[in-house]
Ligand binder design. Structure first.
Ligand code: FAD
Ligand code: A2P
Length: 276
């Protein structure tokens, strides 16, 4: 805005639970990420989600669940979002600009938290599409590497460009000063990244379920097959994906846990309403 016009903008917050957008990045015509100010009082565990949104046409808040994609030490909050063409929220949310306000209800919840898993050697993050978001938080949290010797991020999308947000995040982590200081050269071996596509030719291909049942991912990463003694997992994708991965993990002998009953894996839907 020109300075004179900006000065006329009301300084009082116009929305309940308003936070200010600080940056927006569009990754594809279906995916974008954005950062907002963080309420001073907001504490959350990496992996949790909150309700965010905008004022609807009827003047009432239009809210949706969103995983916080930033780690809990970050002074801002980051979100990674789909753009659903006719989606009530995202058809509007995709147009936000720095300086705009969004609504953020400061009540974080969710099952994809480290406390919901038993200790172990390796932690697997299994995601499709925007299901990467909670793991974008957990991958950037040093506590993840304090608890597990190795973290494996498996992310599957239809095309290569849909992997870009996650790929850049992992590349940036390789040069992260905090993790570099803690783990040095060894960090490349602490966080393994296994991105695959299913509808475009790329170096690594195939569904997560297929790459686990065939053993391909274990061969490629030079790891033993999953076992309940050593391996823990978190799943985040469509309902169909979550159901199929759960079955694969149970086949390896892992059991589903929860905040109140930590076990070998936990599951959360990346969105609702896709059917199966
Ligand atoms: P809606 O009416 O909510 O959805 C319309 C349709 O679009 C859905 O029926 C579904 O088929 C499809 N859809 C919705 N969300 C997605 C998606 N993320 N990927 C693929 N298809 C989708 N969305 C995010 O973009 N990022 C997140 O971090 C995120 N975290 C979530 C965490 C939880 C626990 C849950 C339950 C949902 C999460 N969602 C997330 C989905 C989000 O709540 C909204 O559904 C999404 O923002 C679309 O809102 P909408 O009003 O535009 O359309
Ligand atoms: P595929 O292309 O073989 O369907 P979508 O865009 O439909 O949400 O899917 C995102 C990614 O998740 C795609 O690569 C898709 O593979 C994969 N996928 C969808 N459903 C499942 C499932 N039930 N099990 C494993 N992978 C799945």
């Amino acid at each position: 805005l020109p300075v004179a016009e900006a000065a006329q903008k009301p300084v009082t917050k116009t929305l309940p639970d308003a936070q200010t957008v600080t940056s927006v990045k569009h990754w594809t015509d279906r995916l974008f990420s954005f950062r907002v100010s963080r309420p001073a009082s907001l504490r959350f565990r990496s992996g949790e989600f909150v309700m965010i949104g905008l004022l609807g046409d009827n003047g009432k808040p239009l809210l949706r669940a969103y995983s916080i994609a930033s780690p809990n030490w970050d002074e801002e909050l980051e979100f990674y979002s789909i753009k659903v063409p006719d989606g009530p929220l995202t058809s509007k949310l995709q147009h936000i600009q720095p300086g705009d306000e969004i609504i953020l209800r400061p009540k974080p919840v969710g099952t994809l938290v480290l406390d919901a898993l038993l200790p172990g050697k390796r932690l697997w993050f299994l995601a499709t599409g925007t299901g990467l978001a909670p793991f974008a938080s957990l991958m950037r949290d040093p506590e993840t590497y304090e608890r597990y010797e190795q973290v494996i991020m498996m992310h599957t999308c239809r095309t290569a460009e849909e992997l870009t947000y996650g790929r850049e995040l992992v590349e940036n982590l390789r040069h992260d000063p905090l993790l570099g200081e803690l783990y040095g050269e060894d960090f490349a071996n602490r966080l393994l990244y296994y991105p695959t596509t299913t509808r475009e030719e790329t170096p690594l291909m195939g569904r997560i379920t297929d790459n686990m049942t065939s053993g391909k991912v274990f061969q490629d990463l030079n790891l033993p097959p999953m076992s309940p003694e050593t391996d823990r997992a978190m799943i985040c994708g469509s309902l169909a994906f979550n159901i199929d991965v759960k079955e694969v993990l149970e086949g390896f002998g892992l059991n589903e846990g929860a905040n109140s009953d930590p076990k070998e894996f936990v599951v959360e839907k990346a969105f609702v309403g896709d059917g199966i």
